[in-house]
Design a protein around this ligand. Sequence first.
Ligand SMILES: NC(=O)c1ccc[n+]([C@@H]2O[C@H](COP(=O)([O-])OP(=O)(O)OC[C@H]3O[C@@H](n4cnc5c(N)ncnc54)[C@H](OP(=O)(O)O)[C@@H]3O)[C@@H](O)[C@H]2O)c1
Length: 228
Amino acid sequence: MQLQGKVVAITGAFGALGSAVVRAVLAEGAQVAAIDRASAPHAPLEGAALFGDVDLSSDTGARAAVDAIVARFGRLDALVNIAGGFRWETVADGSLATWNAMFEANLRTAVGACHAALPHLPGDTGRIVNIGANGAMKAGAGMGAYAASKSGVARLTEALAEELKDRGITVNALLPSIIDTAANRKDMPTADFGTWVRPEQLADVIVFLLSAKSSAITGALLPVTGRV
Ligand SMILES: NC(=O)c1ccc[n+]([C@@H]2O[C@H](COP(=O)([O-])OP(=O)(O)OC[C@H]3O[C@@H](n4cnc5c(N)ncnc54)[C@H](OP(=O)(O)O)[C@@H]3O)[C@@H](O)[C@H]2O)c1
């Protein structure tokens, strides 16, 4: 039980990766606050406290959710920012609104949740884990808005890690490739699913980054890409 006694807030918790992370963090003995924009999870998340109908890209959404979590549990030890979205669109045929939408879904949600959580995270043991994207390291055609927003998550991770070094709070990001989700299998039916990284494999790395064993790692951008 690596996370016994901890309270961990997880955003995007009702989604494919988020649900797997909620289960993995619960299994390590933590209390979990599961935050999402949806009203309820698609599959049961037994044992987690559910905070649905939260729009983390709004000015007040993240703060209200964090305040409710602290009121319920009396503390907040860690934040995992998983909320996000994806849009494939070329610049020539696309819309400028897509750039705003990607920045709101991927970067604004993470910044807003960090900003709300920071006053509560304990010095020396506090943890933030963000989800970037390996595909943001060099964007392909149609990936501009998404990759730019996930590059923003990488820069947020670096800046916040430096900012919090003296408080001993670590800030790291995972950079997944294609995750083996139902949505990706539907979108790419002829792909070799066995090469994709599974949500449970990403969750294992997140548990490590939340645990005491990772106390010397901060500001890391960690590719977790399966065999892609
Ligand atoms: N799937 C991949 O192959 C892949 C690869 C690299 C990185 N990632 C990243 O990994 C993370 C999880 O991916 P996933 O496949 O698990 O996605 P997912 O199933 O769509 O889950 C993401 C969740 O975040 C929620 N969300 C989005 N915007 C929000 C907001 N403003 N406030 C609160 N909740 C919000 C979504 O709600 P709605 O359903 O209402 O939008 C959804 O429940 C994302 O950050 C994604 O960019 C995914």
